[in-house]
Design a protein around this ligand. Structure first.
Ligand code: SF4
Length: 271
């Protein structure tokens, strides 16, 4: 019988978690601050309400500290090493350095989950391009809905985000996913949605809804399937459509503490 690895007080690494889109995913939080640090304050945010707004890239955790934790990992079955956590991972100025250093040590693929807000910056695009899988989120097809749902910092603009993702697509040969968090406000599939996705040309679109506890209710499975069908009717996009309710979760044995998972909004799934 294989014994479960002991849980350890990792500060920057958490999981592995069973991810609906990444299989067994070991999380890295390159921000790791006590307060969520982000360019947005989404109404469905699952990592806490208190937000430290910032769009300044800086080194939050030294590269060596995270790499030391990577080196101390026990034997683990994981599919992806994923940059995410308590805030927006592209705020970490050493994101590129971290991806390069981890690639020298580990054979697993590297994913980054980003809210896309800094993808209009060339340095961010270049660093994201080092990852194998980038999941960029767009929650709205218009400036109005974007402001209502994602509640961005004042000088973060919807149009500039879309342009940033398009520029990234042009240079990126890896797998690009667009994640859309559907809630009541944005569930109507309009022609604007279809054209944004067709212009970006992602490899896949992830149709999500907030399944972990927060103050915004998730959509039902029926509503999510309806979104997919509406989308297929009006869009010529024929890449992968991945639905949160269709996911098949893999078994995992986390090596980080429950506190470390909870801090990143994990381990308390509604589904
Ligand atoms: S982008 Fe992510 S971390 Fe930031 S507020 Fe939105 S859901 Fe929360």
């Amino acid at each position: 019988m294989i014994s479960k690895p002991k849980r350890k007080r990792f500060k920057y690494i958490y999981g592995p978690v069973s991810s609906w889109r990444l299989g067994r995913s070991l999380g890295i939080d390159p921000i790791s601050s006590n307060k969520k640090t982000c360019t947005f304050n989404c109404i469905y945010c699952q990592v806490g309400r208190a937000t430290k707004f910032s769009k300044r890239r800086k080194i939050y955790v030294k590269t060596e500290k995270i790499i030391d934790e990577i080196k101390s990992l026990p034997h683990l079955k994981i599919d992806y090493i994923t940059f995410s956590g308590r805030g927006e991972p592209t705020l970490a100025k050493n994101l590129g350095a971290l991806i390069k250093a981890i690639k020298k040590l580990r054979k697993e693929k590297i994913a980054v989950l980003t809210n896309s807000s800094l993808m209009n910056r060339q340095d961010v695009r270049n660093e994201l391009a080092l990852a194998d899988f980038v999941v960029a989120k767009i929650d709205a097809p218009s400036d109005r809905l974007f402001n209502l749902i994602d509640k961005p910092m004042r000088d973060i603009k919807f149009g500039s985000i879309i342009e940033g993702i398009k520029k990234f697509r042009r240079i990126y040969a890896g797998r690009l996913g667009l994640q859309i968090m559907f809630i009541d406000l944005n569930k109507k599939i309009t022609i604007e949605w279809a054209s944004i996705i067709e212009e970006i040309k992602p490899d896949e679109v992830q149709i999500n809804t907030p399944t972990r506890p927060n103050k915004t209710a998730p959509l039902s499975k029926k509503e999510i399937v309806n979104i997919k069908n509406q989308f297929l009717k009006i869009s010529s996009f024929r890449g992968n459509l991945v639905l949160v309710y269709d996911s098949c979760r893999k078994a995992v044995s986390p090596i980080s503490t429950k506190h470390a998972l909870k801090k990143r909004g994990r381990g308390i799934e509604r589904l």
